[in-house]
Design a protein. Structure first.
Length: 364
């Protein structure tokens, strides 16, 4: 418990310094005042202060108290390895090559090299990958979290990252419990817009199929439901199928077939991503239904293969290489000790031939 207390006090004082509450050169409250303010022991205050001093946020004057150090100028990279680590759920397929390409282009221009690792969306693999990055003494780390929506996920490995002083940035998702900056899409708003568009085309019964063990999927599910909340007269006609990344997908496809062959079949499907949407197109055709005449379908992420299926897949833009470039620029600033702000991308819909109007009124 004392470990947590001193870290909490240290983080609170550090944030006050970073936010300008205490200017460089200004005197901090006394130990007794800090004890009273945070309700902790003198030992806890001294341990927090010791860490702040070692990180060069404060300095002590013998008999004169604690003062704010010129932390912006003094903070330097934890090492000069010139290595930046990148951990993603996948490397060689889907949208990840373009994200990694964007990162690599910028950091190479700045004299750094990449160390890559993938987790296959496994928490255990993520922990091992992060430990390898710590062992390799990378100067900075860019991470796409694995199964980021899981409740009670063990985040202790990130404490080790902080202790190692390695600047860390999240992409595509983040853990709200941690204060690392992140780059991600406004998944909720985008999925709401896509679903609302289909409803306005006349689709009342829409099936949403979402992976829910990462924040992207959880937020896209929320957007789907939010769209129906805006149309309360037909909200009871919505249908969802949820799955986890590690599970067998055959039951998901079987459930979809059962719904499509039912008496109240959906006339449109929105999918967690384009990879799933392309698989669903094959499922739809396997039961002799046509796209989009019988079933409209939409994905998410603007995966390149979606451009080559027939009909061309309706999807939601993902910035990919731009995200990679932005991530590289941000991590370089963090290595240099500069402050950065998280970014939420607003993305556009890409409407193609896989959706059409549902002219015929559906019986309730």
């Amino acid at each position: 418990m004392s470990e947590i207390k001193y870290e909490n006090v240290k983080d609170k004082i550090k944030n006050l310094i970073k936010n300008g509450k205490y200017d460089v050169g200004s005197k901090l409250p006394t130990e007794s005042e800090l004890m009273e303010k945070y309700g902790v022991s003198r030992y806890t205050i001294r341990r927090a202060a010791g860490e702040l001093e070692s990180e060069r946020f404060i300095y002590r004057v013998q008999g004169g108290g604690m003062y704010v150090d010129d932390w912006k100028k003094q903070r330097k990279p934890v090492n000069d390895s010139k290595l930046i680590g990148v951990i993603t759920t996948h490397l060689a397929d889907y949208i990840f090559p373009r994200i990694i390409s964007g990162i690599d282009r910028i950091i190479t221009e700045n004299g750094y090299s990449l160390i890559l690792n993938n987790t296959h969306n496994s928490c255990e693999r993520e922990e091992k990958a992060i430990q390898r990055m710590i062992d390799n003494q990378v100067s900075g780390l860019i991470i796409e979290p694995s199964q980021s929506a899981l409740p009670n996920k063990d985040l202790s490995i990130y404490t080790k990252l902080k202790e190692a002083g390695i600047p860390t940035l999240f992409i595509n998702a983040h853990y709200p419990q941690l204060d690392f900056p992140y780059l991600e899409l406004d998944d909720t708003k985008a999925e709401e817009e896509m679903t609302d568009h289909l409803i306005k085309l006349g689709h009342k019964r829409i099936l949403g199929v979402f992976q829910i063990d990462d924040m992207q999927g959880a937020n896209r599910l929320k957007g789907f439901l939010d769209a129906y909340m805006g149309h309360p007269d037909i909200s009871y006609l919505s249908e969802t199928v949820m799955y986890h990344s590690q599970q067998d997908m055959n039951p998901v496809f079987k459930k979809t077939v059962n719904l499509l062959e039912g008496t109240e079949a959906p006339t449109a499907i929105v999918c967690y991503n384009d990879d799933l949407a392309i698989q669903m197109m094959n499922v739809i055709r396997s039961i002799d239904l046509k796209i989009p005449e019988d079933v409209s379908i939409a994905g998410f992420d603007d995966f390149v293969m979606g451009h080559y299926v027939i009909p061309k897949l309706t999807t939601v833009e993902h910035p990919k290489e731009r995200m990679g470039v932005d991530a590289a620029k941000m991590i370089l600033k963090m290595i240099a000790g500069e402050e950065v702000e998280s970014k939420l991308y607003e993305v556009k819909m890409i409407y193609n031939g896989s959706i059409s109007s549902k002219v015929k009124e559906i019986e309730s």
